[in-house]
Design a protein. Structure first.
Length: 530
């Protein structure tokens, strides 16, 4: 066996062939075809599936319902009461009017009343009331038995000091409206951040796919250089030790390629986390993604002042902060109003009706007429007719004044509310400053990214020329493996720099759109305000 080996020495090509065969991995099981995916498709999937958006949308819906509920304080309220009562109460008097042998008269009463009331948006309240009753008594002093009573009336109560400008109902409504606006702004911010995250993940995946392509090209070039070196050794042009450097470089590049593929896989998982839902099966999660959009560049001048003004008008963070300021202002106004005295204007008008039959148990009192006046005789219906006549009524107008003495709790609540309002205003100012700084940073980053693209392109073209020249020198015997491999690495680095510059440019454009508040508008995305 040893003799055979010496007689037929293996060529370097054969050695390389065996090494390549050993390095080729075993056939992998068939994989699902990659899913072609555009950026718009990725954004649409994220807007539908992203749980953070679902959570914010549910919060906005709850806030909208809260406004409707707060406005419900002005819905009319109808109260109805009906009842029967029988009572025999002892009377500490010789004139109890009780039947003979009884310690007290017995009264029976059947009555019903209804009240319709409603709060007014001026802080007042209006109510309409109606009641009717039927009463019987065996007491001697009751003129009518049964007696039919009726009453209708209206009352208006309007605050003139406390509760005139703001009351609990209007405070609740203003707070709910502010919370609704803040929830809507929070939803817009979450949608915007999700879109920005999808764009960043998408372009990162595009870049890493290209990085993998660069890695595959560098491995191929290293294999070609290793093969060519083997041929030179076999022909006796180069010593056997010359094979070490290209072989080591090939393995190093294979390691970098594996790392690039892992990074691309992890980046793909980041994008899947944004665009896939929990309800989708394992096949969707396992299917590779193929981002098909290419990075497009377009030189654009950014007017910084106009961009800042647009951001201050459109950013969701400002809308949320302004909503909080509006809530704090409402709370401060309400707390300050609690210090004031109460002065209510009360206006009411009632009409009464009373009819019935003469009480059989009634006893005439000397000097008093015991007969029932004709206008009081009648049935239950006659009692209602008496309301229309208006012979019996009650008119009232009054001012009710209440003076809080000391009122330290209300004064302390006012100071607490004022402090909270100052904090909210300061936070709004801080956010405005941060937004200005973000716009400036985004504009500067975009300008730098545009410049880097041209520089990276020029560097790649120069590296291609240098590599071609170095290979020609190597083929002519005027260069070495080290220089050729170095030029290959230079070209790979230049290609990676160009990929990075293009990715940074695309990310910078999205960041500028986010910073100015125009990202959703540019992507054609609308978020319902209510």
């Amino acid at each position: 066996m040893n003799v055979a080996v010496r007689i037929v020495p293996p060529s370097w090509l054969a050695v390389l062939g065996v090494a390549a065969a050993l390095l080729v991995p075993a056939p992998a099981p068939a994989q699902t075809a990659p899913l072609p995916l555009t950026l718009q498709e990725a954004i649409a999937r994220a807007l539908e599936k992203n749980e953070d958006i679902v959570i914010e949308r549910a919060g906005r819906d709850a806030a909208v319902a809260a406004v409707e509920g707060a406005d419900g304080a002005y819905d009319p309220f109808l109260g109805i009461t009906a009842g029967y009562r029988e009572s025999t109460e002892p009377v500490n008097s010789a004139f109890s009017g009780a039947p003979e042998g009884e310690p007290a008269p017995t009264d029976e009463r059947l009555d019903a009343d209804a009240t319709l009331s409603r709060l007014l948006r001026t802080g007042g309240e209006v109510s309409v009331r109606a009641l009717t009753s039927r009463a019987e008594t065996d007491g001697a002093f009751g003129l009518l038995s049964p007696a039919y009573g009726s009453q209708v009336g209206v009352e208006l109560r309007q605050p003139l000091l406390r509760d005139r400008a703001v009351d609990a109902a209007r405070l609740t409504l203003r707070v709910a409206a502010a919370d609704r606006d803040r929830a809507t702004a929070s939803l817009r911010r979450q949608v915007r951040d999700t879109v920005a995250a999808v764009e960043e993940a998408y372009w990162t995946l595009v870049a890493l796919h290209r990085v993998v392509e660069v890695g595959e090209d560098t491995v191929r070039l290293a294999e070609e250089q290793l093969e060519e070196t083997g041929l030179r050794i076999e022909s006796g042009v180069a010593p056997e030790t010359e094979i070490a450097q290209p072989r080591a470089e090939l393995e190093r590049r294979r390691g970098e390629l594996l790392a690039a593929r892992e990074a691309a896989s992890r980046s793909e998982n980041v994008l899947k986390l944004l665009i896939l839902g929990d309800d989708e099966g394992g096949a969707a999660w396992a299917q590779p993604l193929d981002p098909v959009d290419a990075v497009e560049t377009a030189s654009e001048a950014v007017e910084v002042e106009a961009a800042m003004e647009r951001a201050l008008a459109a950013r969701a963070e400002l809308a949320a902060a302004q909503s909080l300021v509006a809530r704090r202002e409402a709370e401060t106004a309400f707390a300050a109003d609690r210090i004031r005295a109460t002065l209510d204007l009360v206006v009411s008008y009632d009409r009464y009706g009373l009819t019935g039959s003469r009480n059989p148990a009634a006893t005439s009192i000397p000097g008093l007429e015991g007969e029932v006046p004709p206008e009081l005789e009648g049935s239950w219906g006659s009692s209602f007719s008496a309301l229309a006549d208006g012979d019996f009524d009650d008119k009232r107008i009054a001012l009710e004044l209440g003076l809080p003495i000391g009122n330290r709790t209300a004064r302390a609540d006012r100071e607490i509310a004022r402090a909270a309002e100052r904090q909210a205003s300061a936070e709004l100012a801080r956010i405005r400053k941060l937004i200005r700084a973000e716009v400036l940073d985004a504009a500067a980053t975009l300008e730098t990214a545009e410049g880097r693209i041209e520089a990276a392109r020029a560097a790649r073209e120069a590296a291609e020329v240098q590599l071609s020249s170095e290979r020609e020198r190597y083929e002519a015997g005027l260069s070495t493996n080290f220089l050729v491999l170095t030029r290959q690495n230079d070209l790979a680095g230049a290609r990676l720099s160009q990929i990075e510059a293009l990715t940074d440019y695309r990310t910078a454009r999205a960041e500028l759109a986010r910073a100015t508040g125009s990202l959703l508008e540019e992507r054609g995305i609308e978020v319902a305000e209510r």
